[in-house]
Design a binder for this molecule. Sequence first.
Ligand SMILES: NC(=O)c1ccc[n+]([C@@H]2O[C@H](COP(=O)([O-])OP(=O)(O)OC[C@H]3O[C@@H](n4cnc5c(N)ncnc54)[C@H](O)[C@@H]3O)[C@@H](O)[C@H]2O)c1
Ligand SMILES: OC[C@@H](O)C(O)[C@H](O)CO
Length: 302
Amino acid sequence: MASNESRNELTKRIIPQMTLSDASNPLTAPLKMAENLTANERVQMRFAIEGNAIVTGGAGTIGLSSIRALLEHGASGIAIFDVPSTFTSSQSAIDTLKKDFPQVAIRLYDVDVRDDVQVNDRVQRVVNDFGSVSLLLCFAGVVGSVHAHEMKFEEWKRVLDVNLTGSWLCAQAVGKQMIAQKSGGCILFTCSISAHRVNFPQPQVAYNTSKAGVLHLARSLAAEWSPHGIRVNSLSPGYMDTILNEGDGLTACREIWTSRNPMGRMGDVEELNGAVVLLCSKRAGRYITGIDIVVDGGGTVF
Ligand SMILES: NC(=O)c1ccc[n+]([C@@H]2O[C@H](COP(=O)([O-])OP(=O)(O)OC[C@H]3O[C@@H](n4cnc5c(N)ncnc54)[C@H](O)[C@@H]3O)[C@@H](O)[C@H]2O)c1
Ligand SMILES: OC[C@@H](O)C(O)[C@H](O)CO
């Protein structure tokens, strides 16, 4: 087994800009826990969220719920990336967040995650506004239920462009910034149980494929960016009780989904937040990278 030092030399030889055991890499620096803390303070510290977060699709149902969890655990700033129409429909929920966390800057950025120019521009604006970015959570996503043999190319492209290419563009723009900051970072993508097995009964070849792509995107970036102190993971929700699962024939599918779930129900978005906090916390999540957490009430066991 290669020692950390010899692995570092090897890594540097192959990819010279990488620095696995650089003292500034938060993933290899010694783990310090402050002394003289109460048990409660230790718990809080373990699950603390540190720094500023960019949250794509942050004005959507799961995005807003996750932002609340990040704020409850100490995030210092939130940049929400979403489209104008969703900012309008979620205006009152965003106002409530701002009222509940008056000490934290919560800023909105209109961005279509499919557009690399927009994505890079908005990430730069976040850096100008907040000074730095420590976390990226990608929730921006669309769903489509069309039979494969009837699907138009535009529909395939719509789903793949938002779910897979959009996740990649945001991760690349933020990852470059994190590497330049030299203080590590954390990226969390949203997959789905459909990244693991095909959704049924709704025909969702583009959606399923996009989410399986995101799963491997997370693993690939975890492998490449650990030497820069950046952890990359993904979350796979099962069927959650959200508007994404209404309309387009999906409401009728709910009975089938719940009948195939050991808990016999859909999930509440709050039930995702334990996994979100674990994966995003600098201490509790420190040795976790390249994994996917499935939160589905056991929906993938049979
Ligand atoms: N709800 C579920 O059951 C479920 C299950 C598994 C995975 N997911 C995934 O979780 C994520 C969030 O889902 P949700 O239930 O909160 O749905 P949602 O529709 O409430 O949220 C999706 C968000 O993405 C935004 N978005 C869409 N296209 C965009 C674009 N081009 N640029 C920027 N933003 C864009 C939307 O405006 C919206 O705010 C999605 O990626 C979805 O695939 C959801
Ligand atoms: O697989 C579950 C989800 O990804 C999603 O809620 C569903 O596919 C939308 O129809």
